[in-house]
Design a protein around this ligand. Structure first.
Ligand SMILES: [Zn+2]
Ligand SMILES: [Zn+2]
Length: 284
């Protein structure tokens, strides 16, 4: 794997049909620890320690609110978000609700919106109530110009920023991608990396994976493996695959790959349920 790798740009719970553009990282990835220039060496070392020690448990918001199991990754493939309550319900629970003849939202029972206008009204209502996930979601809609909205990137950034301040790690991740790539905003790689670091320390998996990619591209394979190991153990196949490739190229050890494989397997096993297996079998 001598070529450079691309950080992931998978928003997870963006509904199908809204693919994001693929993008390649630029040649300069910026500092590993954002804002390192104006911090003392001790502070930088302490932050680097925190970065590796925190966020080993997945963000709690990635659990299905009905069965309480973590949703598989990428979450958009294994769950669906309902705008009424902004809850991401797993496909196993969607199937179960359907089999019991329930209609509307599987979590809060609100009838599903009939069209884009009523969907937008639902989301805006939650935004007015200060719901961070609704702000993140509305930011997505402005970013791509969906639900009848005119594309408005500054408004999207504003909403994501507010959502991030209120605790949305997905919003934090999106800000990371935008500032890192400079898509729609003035490129600011250290700022983008800082958003990924903050999200990773709260257990946001794709953000953790991207930190691994950044280290890999800088040639720090040992640190890269440490990041990938954390995300692989939270059930991210992408990170496991990268460690495997690194092993084949002599950048990771057999023991590291074995540990990642075991951790990944445990995480996947914990996310399994009868309902989810059934949903997979039926192609829900
Ligand atoms: Zn569930
Ligand atoms: Zn609902």
């Amino acid at each position: 794997m001598s070529e450079r790798m691309e950080p992931v740009d998978s928003p997870g719970n963006e509904p199908a049909g809204a693919p994001e553009p693929a993008w390649a990282p630029a040649q300069n990835d910026g500092a590993a620890v954002a804002g390192a220039d104006d911090r003392s060496d001790t502070e930088v070392a302490r932050y680097s320690d925190r970065l590796l020690n925190e966020g080993h448990e997945r963000w709690e918001g990635d659990r299905c609110p009905i069965c309480f199991l973590f949703v598989g990754l990428p979450t958009g493939k294994y769950a669906q978000m309902n705008q009424c309550c902004m809850k991401t319900v797993c496909k196993g629970c969607i199937l179960a609700a359907h089999q019991r003849g329930l209609s509307g939202c599987e979590f809060c029972r609100t009838p599903l919106p009939r069209n884009e206008a009523s969907t937008l009204a639902m989301v805006q209502k939650r935004v007015r109530k200060g719901d961070a996930e609704a702000m993140k979601h509305l930011g997505d809609k402005y970013f791509y110009g969906r639900l009848g909205l005119t594309k408005d990137i500054p408004r999207a950034i504003e909403l994501w920023t507010e959502a991030a301040e209120l605790g949305s790690v997905d919003a934090q991740y999106h800000l990371g991608v935008r500032y890192y790539t400079g898509e729609g905003v003035e490129e600011d790689k250290p700022r983008g990396i800082c958003h990924w670091q903050e999200a990773a320390m709260k257990g946001h998996v794709p953000s953790r994976h991207n930190l691994g990619i950044l280290e890999f591209n800088k040639g720090d394979h040992e640190l890269a493996v440490q990041h990938f190991m954390i995300s692989a153990k939270m059930g991210y196949e992408e990170s496991l695959n990268v460690i495997k490739k690194m092993l084949m190229e002599g950048h990771a050890t057999k023991a590291q790959y074995a540990e990642a494989l075991r951790g990944y397997g445990d995480a996947v096993e914990e996310m399994k349920s009868h309902q989810r297996e059934e949903a997979k079998r039926l192609g829900v």
